[in-house]
Structure formats: structure tokens, C-alpha cells
Design a protein around this ligand. Structure first.
Ligand code: ADP
Ligand code: MG
Length: 158
């Protein structure tokens, strides 16, 4: 098995990765109920991920319908709905939105990798892990080299 640093190096080969597409309905796994909603990309966007890019938790920047650019944390994982033959990209934007934005155009740039996917013994452990991912993303995105991706033509153009 590859250690965590090996995974990070593997993932970094594919970064930054830019993606954009419509926000679609996810699988109702209740992310919002946990206070951590994740906006899902449709299949055609997920398919553009390089095949060798590791699954796991990434962080970066995102905007919705050309709006303000916010920090984000994203999980790239295997989709149980398709018997783990397809991937999902689920983006939690670190901003409080007034309303849902299904059907909107989501743009993201993935700039860093935190950890591979793992299974958790309990829901509490899962929530703790996600909260750690969010605070680590928050901290890493303060670094000057990461801030530079926030101010980017990609987000300005429609
Ligand atoms: P689904 O299973 O449909 O993805 P979620 O419980 O994960 O449902 O909620 C995701 C939806 O919540 C998004 O598609 C979006 O419309 C809305 N939403 C509201 N605030 C956020 C946020 N900060 N980050 C991501 N999605 C958000
Ligand atoms: Mg979701």
C-alpha cells in the first residue's frame, strides 16, 4: 500500500484541475441534514477527470453562476449507485447560501489533495473527518500560492 505522502504526490501530478458544469441532484445521502451539503456534477463532467487521478478529498476554489469565488472541499469517490463503476465529484462550498442552486453553473479549480477515501466506523467519525477536511482546506487555501488560483480568468469568464 502507498502511504499518505505517496497519495498526495500522485494526486498533485493532476493539479490544478479545472471543471465546470451544471449542479445536479445527488443521491440524497443527507449531506445537507449533516450541515455539509455537497453540490454534485453530472456524469459528463466527472468523466473528464484523468483516469489515474486518485479518488479522495481535494480542496480548491469554486463559484456559482459567475458569482463570488469561495473556498471549497471536494470528495472524488466511487459511486455505489453504479456499483462503484463510476465516480462522483461532490463539492462542499465554504459559504452560506440563502437557497439551493440546482441547475446553476458550478466552476471549480482543484488545487490540493488531503487524503484518500476511507470507511468510517460510525457517522460521528465520518462527520469529524469531514470537519477536519474542511478546516485543513480552509488553512491551506490561505497560502499565497493557493490564493493565486482564486483570482483567475477561469472564474471571470462565462
Ligand atoms: P444532493 O444529494 O442532491 O447532492 P445535498 O444534501 O448534498 O443533496 O445538498 C446539495 C445541494 O445543496 C446543492 O446541490 C446545492 O443546491 C445546495 N447547497 C446549498 N449550500 C451549499 C454549499 N455551501 N455547498 C454545496 N451545496 C450547497
Ligand atoms: Mg450532494
Amino acid at each position: 500500500m502507498r502511504g499518505i505522502f505517496g497519495c498526495v504526490r500522485m494526486a498533485e501530478k493532476f493539479l490544478p484541475h479545472y471543471a465546470e458544469g451544471e449542479v445536479v441532484k445527488g443521491f440524497g445521502r443527507g449531506s445537507k441534514e449533516l450541515g455539509i451539503p455537497t453540490a454534485n456534477f453530472p456524469e459528463n463532467v466527472v468523466e473528464k477527470l484523468p483516469a489515474d487521478m486518485p479518488t479522495g478529498v481535494y480542496y480548491g476554489w469554486a463559484n456559482v453562476d459567475g458569482g463570488e469565488v469561495h473556498k471549497m472541499c471536494m470528495s472524488v469517490g466511487w459511486n455505489p449507485y453504479y456499483k462503484n463503476t463510476k465516480k462522483t465529484m461532490e463539492t462542499h462550498i465554504m459559504h452560506k447560501f440563502q437557497d439551493d442552486f440546482y441547475g446553476s453553473r458550478l466552476k471549480v479549480v482543484m488545487v490540493g489533495y488531503i487524503r484518500p477515501m476511507s470507511t468510517f466506523a460510525s457517522l460521528d467519525e465520518l462527520i469529524t473527518a469531514i470537519k477536519n477536511d474542511i478546516s485543513e482546506s480552509d488553512r491551506k487555501l490561505e497560502e499565497p500560492k493557493m490564493q493565486h488560483y482564486k483570482v483567475n480568468n477561469f472564474f471571470a469568464s462565462s
